[in-house]
Design a protein around this ligand. Structure first.
Ligand SMILES: [Zn+2]
Length: 274
């Protein structure tokens, strides 16, 4: 599996000289595996650039798995080129209401539109595949499992396995020992080679952010250690967190992780072979 980050920012895109190392685009990832159409995870603002690349490559088909429909995970979709490409097939899965959410982003009623193009005008064949919203499903050589997360209005975490390697993508999620969704995660993430987890906050920010649906880096490290993960990639960086502050979080997380757990922060353009 090859995972590429096209957006690692939480909540809202940012730009400027303080955001060059980790990038300002919101959540969008690309998972590639031989024998599988390009798989896109979430459609944050990073989806625009990814769409350009996919069009240039001309695969003709895209799988799009949505973890939930909050706007920082969907705002790139009206600018996702394959949706406009005649003959292109987009198969939607993950969040059960992904298709309704996508359709709602486009204009339909005069004076109430959010976007100048109507959903029905999109040239691609866009289908929601109910099989891809099951707790467990297969995509060619890829095994996918999902789990509910602790996030306002809900979200799902994803676990991918192929050829004996495993990846878990857990964003957006507030790790809380009292939440049933959190209690299930050490088992869900057990033994993955790579865990990508929400680390929007510092531990001392959490009391004021309780219920916002995001985690601090220390809780993410604790989950990774409990699950025997090899490599932890922190993501969903707060839009107020400048590059040096994200670097500082990584340093603190590395010290807490110890020598057996590799820790880094996601950035636009980061590619990981799993
Ligand atoms: Zn969210």
């Amino acid at each position: 599996m090859r995972l590429t980050f096209h957006g690692a920012r939480g909540s809202f895109p940012v730009a400027g000289p303080n955001f060059t190392r980790f990038g300002g685009q919101t959540t969008c990832l690309e998972l590639r595996l031989a024998g599988l159409a390009p798989l896109v995870i979430d459609g944050g603002s990073g989806a625009r650039e990814l769409g350009r690349r996919l069009l240039a490559e001309g695969a003709g088909e895209t799988l799009l798995l949505m973890t939930h429909l909050h706007w920082d995970h969907t705002m790139g979709l009206p600018f996702f080129g394959p949706l406009y490409a005649p003959g292109w097939r987009v198969r939607l899965g993950g969040w059960p209401r992904a298709l309704a959410g996508l359709a709602g982003m486009f204009g339909r009623v005069e004076g109430l539109g959010r976007f100048p193009v109507e959903f029905g005008q999109l040239a691609a064949r866009i289908v929601q595949d109910p099989a891809l919203a099951a707790p467990r499903f297969k995509l060619g050589p890829l095994e996918v499992r999902t789990t509910p997360l602790n996030h306002p209005q809900g979200a799902i975490g994803l676990r991918f396995e192929a050829h004996g390697r495993a990846l878990a993508f857990i964003s957006d999620n507030e790790l809380d020992p009292a939440a049933a969704a959190s209690q299930r995660l050490p088992r869900f993430c057990q033994g993955v080679d790579v865990l990508v987890h929400d680390a929007q906050f510092e531990p001392d920010e959490m009391p004021a952010r309780k219920g916002w649906g995001h985690s601090d880096w220390r809780s993410a490290v604790e989950l990774a250690r409990a699950a025997g993960v090899g490599r932890l990639i922190l993501t969903h960086h707060d839009p107020d967190r400048v590059d040096d502050q994200v670097e500082a979080i990584v340093e603190k997380a590395r010290r807490a992780a110890g020598p057996r757990l590799l820790v880094q922060a996601a950035h636009v353009g980061l590619t990981v072979e799993i």
